[in-house]
Write a protein that binds this ligand. Structure first.
Ligand SMILES: Nc1ncnc2c1ncn2[C@@H]1O[C@H](COP(=O)(O)OP(=O)(O)OP(=O)(O)O)[C@@H](O)[C@H]1O
Ligand SMILES: [Mg+2]
Length: 1070
């Protein structure tokens, strides 16, 4: 509301279209009044007029950004943000490329305005890591370009000395993707010269003030500005400007943009070279021919430059002091005079700097450029140097003013001329508004055949003597009658005396005023030539960046073609720029400078009035008032506003124009507010458009609410239906589950009942059978129980494991007696097995022998079972088997079978016997041999080997009889406990010529047993053993019957043999 009031405030209307009455005074007064109120922005329709306040105002805060974000252009206070927002939204929402043209004279605030537009767009477009990076890079290009391209002039402390057009590129969402910067004609002459009160480019002062001692040392610079010829015109500082801080900010900005430290160093090195070139002094000398020549006065500076760029100082010196001229096929080296040398030096410095600036712009572009292939929308911001009228205007001012003339032309074309032409084209009733069309001035300058620039080019290329005089004469001839051209000559021809117009000058009546240009230097600057020797010297340097700035210095690329002139290049780039601007939707910011002294809030009416005039603001307002604020093709108009009428919403079936007519008729706007063209609808006042837009906004909100409502309803319905469906499924599943469980329960119960019933029936049926078998069952059970108990008890009280222990528990019940006996014998056998298993092989052999003895003698001969009573046990072996009787036949059972009783090995006496027996010895013992004739006994040694039985004399230890075991027929013994035995020999035996042997042995049992075993082993025949009381022996003299007689008294010399006759023998035993 406040904004609307501000727009309508009669004393200081926000939109000059509403001015009443419309006069120059009222317009000036309005601007002054608004300026006084610190309202520096005023509209003419959608053109913003900005008056430089020269002080910072609190109208650029983040809150202000929010206020203007998505605002309605006419609903808020005039502000540069409003036009930025309008352009940005039109770009984002209507997909129309935009350009923002900022015009005004130097110091009017163009650069500031462009920065405000950029920062606003950056603030309102969306955020994100990548987007922020791009935004930062775009914004940070400003400090870098300003450092190298801006300088203090008498009009502006931060005057842009180059033209800049920046295309910011956005994606379909309105997010910035990157950009491209184009630069136009840097005022490079400033590098070598500037008028008093001005400065060279900021970078030189910034570098010296802000560079660290180390950096300056590296660049071979000293901190004092006065030391440098290109800077020392006056004091270097600027009030309120901190060069050092700006230098650091510029370095930071370079880092953000993506310059590598090496690139920054290279850039500063080249900058230092430019500065130092200004200190290269030349001195004059004369050659032998008398020609004036120049030489380097002080080689120190040149030396340092060459060290910085990696060049042989001789090359640079030669390039600075001489020149190679090609005449036909000859190459001649001519010396240069001192002024020529200085000219070359300055040309080199200017060229290096301007090329460095171009490189800088390209390098920034490399960082911020958008990758190809993305669909983009473009917003171009043009901040070009303002119209300049100095005391002494040269080629640069001519070019700058030409550019401004072209921009004015665009403005006129788009806002005044084209608009009026469009009314006529569309068949709208229209009274033409007079305005000044500057095409004539543009044509004067740029006409390709006879324009000033074409003439200048022609003059530059013409062979022969060329100088500015011939050029001026040509202009005077050509434009003698031109309304916008004046010179002393044309004035004279018109009989006008004009002292303000010097001889060397011409004057052009620009749209913004008359400017007198001095032609001196026009040709030289237009040619912009650098001696080839200098460019070749630069190319020869090892410094990569510097070398890359002079590609034409490459001797292999020498071209005789002259490079395009500066004027030609500029004209071409301006033409491209104009084409670019024409293709976009223009938004104008027209900057006005309120005073010449850069003083805050001072308004000089005369100065402002001049600007109002040349900017054509009056005409602008008039056309705007007479015309229509808004026009649009019927199609897009209907598409945008069709929702305002139920007849056109949602679809209109007829033609677009009819649709628009129906729509607007329904909205009932006053008829004078509307005009229907052939293809477009025209709306007179912004207010009507504002109302239309307002209604649309409301309707859009309603429609959005409707869509929202429908959508929410649909979403809720679908959600509900989904929930319902889910609920039905869940309950079906749940019921099913409950029923299934119930059924399972019932089934289980039925089965239990069934089982019980069946059990009950079966039990009842079988009870009878069960009772009949009960006693057997019980008895079996008891039996089993008793058996179990018996076996468990047995297990717990097993008898000792000793073999001789025959104890065994008695059977507790009679019926277990047999089993118990069986178990006892199993246990005993098992015990014996265990015992046997742990026997040594020797013991096993001995026991086998004992067993054999038992088989032979047990219960047959008393001697075997005779127990030892009252006698001590002797001998080893221990246990029951170790008992030996002191003398007499020893009962076998307890007696251990020693085998060797003689000690054959130990006793040397028996050596011969030992040899006979050797390893085959089975038994060696002392026996008594019974004399067959007398019955008396004599001792003999008996050796039983595996093959023989040897009888030897005990004294001589000489074998007397050697019997082969095979010769033994049988053996007879008595039944009693004596040691008598008869050895019956086979009749075939040769040894036994005397007949059978009768022997008495103390180890009878062992002897017979061993004999038996040996025979068995060697002949596989058992010994034939007779145990009897009578037996027959065969002696040499015939058979003798041996009768065993038991005597009552026991004697030590039993048995006693007595011969009874020749065929009888008695053996007394007991
Ligand atoms: N909106 C503003 N608020 C405060 N000060 C401003 C504003 N616009 C411009 N200025 C002041 O005016 C000075 C000159 O502005 P600016 O550099 O934008 O002029 P210019 O039109 O670009 O001039 P030139 O053509 O020489 O480059 C600025 O340095 C600043 O001090
Ligand atoms: Mg500027």
């Amino acid at each position: 509301m406040e904004a609307t009031t501000s727009l309508l405030d009669a004393d200081a209307v926000g939109d000059l279209v509403l001015l009443d009455p419309l006069t120059e005074e009222s317009l000036l007064h309005t601007l002054q009044e608004r300026f006084r109120r610190s309202d520096i922005y005023t509209y003419i329709g959608n053109v913003v007029i900005s008056v430089n306040p020269y002080q910072s105002l609190p109208i650029y805060t983040p809150e202000k950004v929010q206020e203007y974000r998505n605002c309605n252009f006419f609903a808020v206070k005039p502000h540069i943000y409003a036009i930025a927002d309008d352009a940005y939204r039109s770009l984002r929402d209507r997909d129309r490329d935009q350009c923002i043209l900022i015009t005004g004279e130097s110091g009017a605030g163009k650069t500031e305005a462009s920065k405000l537009v950029m920062s606003y767009v950056a603030a309102v477009c969306s955020k994100g890591e990548e987007v922020d990076r791009v935004k930062e890079q775009l914004l940070q290009s400003n400090p870098v370009l300003e450092a190298f391209g801006n300088a203090k002039t008498v009009r502006n402390d931060n005057s842009s000395r180059f033209g800049k057009y920046m295309d910011v590129e956005f994606d379909f969402k309105g997010e910035p993707l990157g950009g491209v910067i184009s630069n136009y004609l840097l005022e490079k002459s400033r590098v070598i010269r500037h008028v008093k009160g001005e400065r060279n480019f900021h970078i030189f002062y910034q570098l010296l003030a802000g560079g660290s001692a180390q950096l300056l040392q590296q660049l071979k610079l000293c901190q004092d500005c006065r030391h440098y010829g290109y800077l020392n015109w006056e004091s270097s500082g600027l009030p309120g400007v901190d060069d050092a801080a700006n230098f650091h900010a510029m370095q930071d900005a370079m880092r953000v943009i993506g310059f590598s430290p090496a690139e920054v160093t290279a850039l500063l090195e080249v900058t230092a070279v430019v500065l130092k070139l200004g200190n290269v002094q030349l001195s004059s000398s004369y050659q032998a021919s008398g020609m004036e020549a120049s030489s380097i006065a002080e080689p120190q500076e040149l030396q340092e430059i060459c060290e910085l760029i990696g060049l042989d100082p001789g090359i640079l010196e030669r390039a600075l002091c001489s020149r190679t001229v090609k005449a036909r096929d000859e190459t001649v080296l001519t010396t240069l005079s001192v002024p020529q040398g200085y000219y070359g030096r300055d040309a080199l410095a200017k060229n290096i700097y301007s090329r460095l600036f171009d490189w800088l712009v390209n390098r920034i572009n490399t960082s911020i450029q958008v990758k190809p292939g993305k669909q983009r929308k473009v917003m171009g911001v043009l901040d070009i140097y303002g119209f300049e009228i100095f005391q002494d205007n040269g080629f640069e001012q001519f070019i700058i003013n030409y550019c401004n003339e072209k921009l004015q032309q665009i403005f006129i074309l788009m806002t005044l001329k084209e608009e009026q032409e469009e009314y006529i084209r569309e068949g709208i009733q229209w009274t033409p508004v007079e305005f000044f069309d500057n095409s004539i001035i543009c044509n004067l300058i740029e006409n390709s055949k006879c324009g000033i620039l074409a003439m200048l080019d022609e003059e530059c290329l013409r062979p022969g003597v060329v100088n500015e005089d011939t050029f001026l004469t040509k202009l005077n001839q050509l434009f003698a009658t031109h309304k916008h051209y004046e010179s002393r000559e044309t004035q004279n021809a018109r009989h006008v005396m004009d002292a303000s117009l010097p001889l060397q000058c011409f004057r052009i009546h620009h749209y913004a005023g008359k400017v007198t240009y001095n032609v001196t230097g026009f040709i030289e600057r237009n040619n912009d030539l650098l001696f080839r020797d200098l460019s070749q010297a630069m190319w020869a340097a090892r410094h990569t960046l510097l070398r890359s700035l002079f590609p034409e210095g490459d001797p292999q690329k020498v071209s005789l073609k002259l490079p395009p002139t500066a004027g030609f290049q500029f004209k071409a780039s301006v033409a491209t720029l104009m084409k670019n601007l024409y293709s976009k939707n223009p938004n104008y910011i027209r900057c006005i400078k309120p005073n010449e002294t850069k003083t805050a809030m001072v308004f000089t009416p005369e100065l402002v009035l001049a600007q109002i005039r040349y900017l054509g603001l009056m005409e602008n307002v008039r056309v705007r008032r007479a015309g229509y604020a808004f026009r649009q093709l019927y199609g897009p108009f209907l598409e945008r506003y069709k929702m305002l009428s139920p007849r056109t919403w949602p679809r209109w079936a007829g033609s677009d124009r009819e649709g628009a007519e129906v729509l607007l008729a329904e909205l009932a706007f006053p008829p004078e507010e509307l005009a229907f063209g052939h293809t477009k609808i025209f709306i007179r006042s912004p207010r009507t458009l504002f109302d239309l837009e307002g209604s649309r906004q409301e309707r859009v909100v309603q429609l959005a609410t409707l869509i929202q409502k429908m959508f929410r309803g649909w979403r809720c319905r679908t959600q509900y239906q989904l929930m319902r469906k889910s609920q039905i499924i869940i309950s079906a599943w749940f019921r099913g589950h409950v029923q299934k469980n119930k059924y399972k329960q019932m089934k289980r119960s039925a089965l239990v009942i069934q089982a019980y019933a069946r059990g009950w029936k079966v039990r009842r049926a079988y009870r009878r059978y069960f009772r009949s078998a009960a006693s057997t069952c019980l008895a079996n059970f008891i039996y089993r129980r008793l058996v179990q108990k018996f076996l468990m008890g047995l297990r717990r009280n097993l008898p000792p494991l000793a073999v001789l222990d025959r104890t065994w528990p008695p059977a507790p019940y009679k019926f277990l007696a047999e089993a118990n006996q069986e178990l006892r014998s199993i246990f005993y056998r098992w015990k014996c097995k265990k015992y046997r298993e742990q026997l040594t092989p020797q013991r096993r052999t001995l026991l086998q022998a004992k067993l054999c003895a038992s088989e032979l003698f047990k219960d047959k001969k008393k001697l075997y079972s005779k127990r030892c009573r009252g006698r001590g046990l002797v001998g080893g072996g221990g246990g029951v088997h170790g008992a030996v009787l002191a003398d007499g036949p020893i009962p076998s059972l307890q007696q251990p079978f020693q085998g060797e009783y003689l000690g054959l090995t130990q006793n040397p006496k028996y050596q011969k016997l030992h040899a006979v027996a050797k390893d085959k010895l089975v038994m060696a013992d002392t026996v008594r041999k019974v004399n067959r004739a007398s019955g008396k006994t004599v001792p003999r040694l008996l050796l039983l080997t595996t093959e023989h039985l040897v009888l030897a004399d005990p004294k001589a230890a000489q074998p007397k009889t050697v019997l082969s075991l095979a010769d033994i027929r049988s053996v007879s013994v008595t039944r009693f406990s004596d040691g008598f035995l008869a050895l019956h020999l086979k009749e075939t035996s040769t040894v036994g010529s005397k007949g059978d042997f009768l022997l008495v042995s103390n180890h009878l049992i062992e002897l017979v047993t061993r004999l038996h075993q040996t025979l068995l082993d060697t002949t596989a025949q058992a010994l034939s053993l007779h145990i009897a009381d009578q037996f027959s022996t065969r002696f040499q003299k015939g058979d003798v019957a041996v009768t065993v007689v038991e005597s009552a008294k026991a004697g030590s010399d039993v048995p006693v043999c007595k011969k009874r006759g020749s065929h009888k023998m008695e053996v007394l035993v007991h």
